[in-house]
Design a protein around this ligand. Structure first.
Ligand SMILES: C[S@@+](CC[C@H](N)C(=O)[O-])C[C@H]1O[C@@H](n2cnc3c(N)ncnc32)[C@H](O)[C@@H]1O
Length: 243
């Protein structure tokens, strides 16, 4: 169980807010570019099944309001998209990036994507949906939350029977996790890296949490090799599971 205290989560969210408020053009481009990269772990048929004619809930879309689904070509078939996020919405126009007037068409496109679906300001642990969705997505979120298991339990509850969960989350190697937990947490105390990441995971921890919430694992894509899983850089695998 990886529950943290409400105070520790407040610290994490304060760091998160500082990060989003300081977004420059380079960072918004990176945020956008990493999503199609992640989706590329899933083949086209899987994306069709996740999004086409589906009611989709995303937990932790970020204050820009950019859903992972907005970067799939199958978004055109979405029936409903609800984007839950604890921070208040932040229009791309209000970021430093908007000062780059030559990039105005890009900022306008980001705002267009952000307007897709409904923005719901709420932490994932407090969602009260019950059998309302076909797909739940949570991308780059579980290591930032108060109670990852609570989010997954609410994702399970929010899904109809047979619904699908897609999780993307940063996973460290065994050595990388040891280094982060026992060195970086002390040497970089106060940094956004440490403050905004109250949890760290190995891929097997994520799979175990998903199963403990009641899901049946369907597939895991982008897992590291044995060597990389032991001592390599972090990875962001895709975990697919069924209710
Ligand atoms: C690294 S950001 C990723 C945002 C977005 N998914 C993306 O990839 O652009 C992590 C997000 O998780 C959100 N978050 C933190 N705690 C949460 C919670 N308890 N429930 C839902 N989202 C949470 C943060 O506010 C932040 O927007």
């Amino acid at each position: 169980m990886s529950l943290i205290s409400p105070d520790r989560w407040t610290v994490a969210q304060a760091a998160e807010l500082r990060y989003w408020q300081s977004l420059d053009l380079r960072e918004i481009l990176r945020i956008c570019a990493e999503k199609p990269d992640f989706l590329a772990l899933l083949d086209d048929r899987v994306q069709f099944e996740l999004f086409t004619r589906k009611e989709v809930l995303e937990i932790g879309c970020g204050p820009l309001g950019l859903s992972l689904a907005s970067f799939s070509r199958h978004k055109t078939g979405l029936k409903r998209l609800v984007k839950a996020e604890p921070l208040p919405p932040l229009p791309a126009q209000a970021t430093k990036a908007a000062g780059e007037t030559w990039a105005a068409p890009f900022i306008a496109w980001v705002e267009q994507l952000a307007a897709e679906g409904e923005y719901l300001q709420c932490p994932g642990e407090e969602l009260i949906f019950d059998g309302d969705f076909d797909t739940v997505v949570t991308y780059n979120v579980l290591d930032h939350v108060r109670e990852p298991e609570g989010i997954l339990r609410n994702a399970y509850k929010a899904l109809r029977p047979g619904g699908t969960l897609l999780v993307g989350v940063d996973c460290l190697s065994t050595v990388g996790r040891w280094r982060f937990e026992y060195l970086t947490r002390h040497t970089h105390k106060g940094s956004i890296l440490v403050e905004a990441h109250p949890h760290t995971f190995l891929p097997r921890d994520v799979a175990a949490m998903i199963e403990a919430a009641g899901f049946r694992m369907l597939a895991m894509h982008g897992l590291p090799s044995r060597l990389r899983g032991f001592a390599g850089h972090h990875t962001r695998p895709a975990f697919l599971a069924r209710k």
